[in-house]
Write a new protein. Structure first.
Length: 234
């Protein structure tokens, strides 16, 4: 006689970038094992692969982790994790006022959200005739390439997020542009134009949560910003 199949609970969440309501489930033991092994490896590629596969499986394929914006992936994974392991996590936070005292703080994951800037725009007007249409970085595009310097990594990330280049009425899509052409175009930007591209990344949506931490030694209250998935697992 076959063993009975376990009924797994399902929940709903809203994907930050699209505002689409989707269903998701907690991760299972087989998925948790893959996640733990990836974390133990400390290899960014293995960790990203595990996160992507877990989010894809737990959202029934609604979220494509390889192409989803990094803030979508971080938010969805945090929600999946909250229903799988527990809706709160205890972190050891270093107090900013002295830079060394660590304080245990419990964070309610249900209160964590992706913060959107009202000034953020996906279209960047470089000149009256030239416009960039940007896409968001993914887990893989955000990963540093071996051998790259920090500066090279930042510039590659910026270039990689260009979706379209508009010259007047002409539209050049990234899939139709060679890497050499894109390198030459990006290298021809002025400092003022580059600053506009940088502003896109500085104001883009991010997984953020502010917590209050009181230093038991100095008695001073500190406001600490948690940003990105890594800050919730320190």
């Amino acid at each position: 006689m076959a063993l009975p199949k376990l009924k797994i609970p399902e929940y709903e969440l809203v994907v930050p970038s699209t505002q689409e309501k989707i269903k998701y489930r907690p991760f299972l033991v087989k998925e948790e094992k893959v996640l733990l092994l990836a974390m133990e490896s400390e290899d960014d590629r293995q960790i990203n692969d595990a996160l992507v596969n877990t989010v894809s499986e737990c959202t029934f394929g609604s979220v494509d982790g390889r192409n989803a914006p990094v803030f979508d992936m971080e938010y969805v994974f945090l929600q999946v994790r909250s229903k799988s392991v527990g809706e709160s996590v205890e972190l050891n936070i270093t107090c900013p006022d002295d830079g060394k005292t660590k304080v245990p703080v419990k964070v309610d994951l249900s209160e964590v959200a992706v913060q959107m800037s009202v000034d953020h725009k996906a279209e960047i007007e470089l000149t009256d005739d030239i416009k960039l249409v940007m896409g968001y970085p993914t887990l893989y595009s955000s990963q540093k390439v071996d051998g790259d310097s920090d500066t090279e990594t930042v510039f590659k990330l910026m270039q990689g997020c260009i979706s379209e280049i508009h010259f007047g009425d002409d539209v050049y899509r990234k899939v139709d542009i060679s890497n050499k052409e894109l390198d030459e175009f990006f290298g021809s930007l002025t400092s003022e134009m580059l600053a506009k591209v940088q502003e896109f990344f500085e104001t883009m949506p991010k997984l953020r949560h502010i917590i209050d931490v009181k230093n038991p030694k100095t008695k001073k209250k500190n406001e600490v910003m948690l940003e990105g998935l890594g800050d919730f697992f320190t």
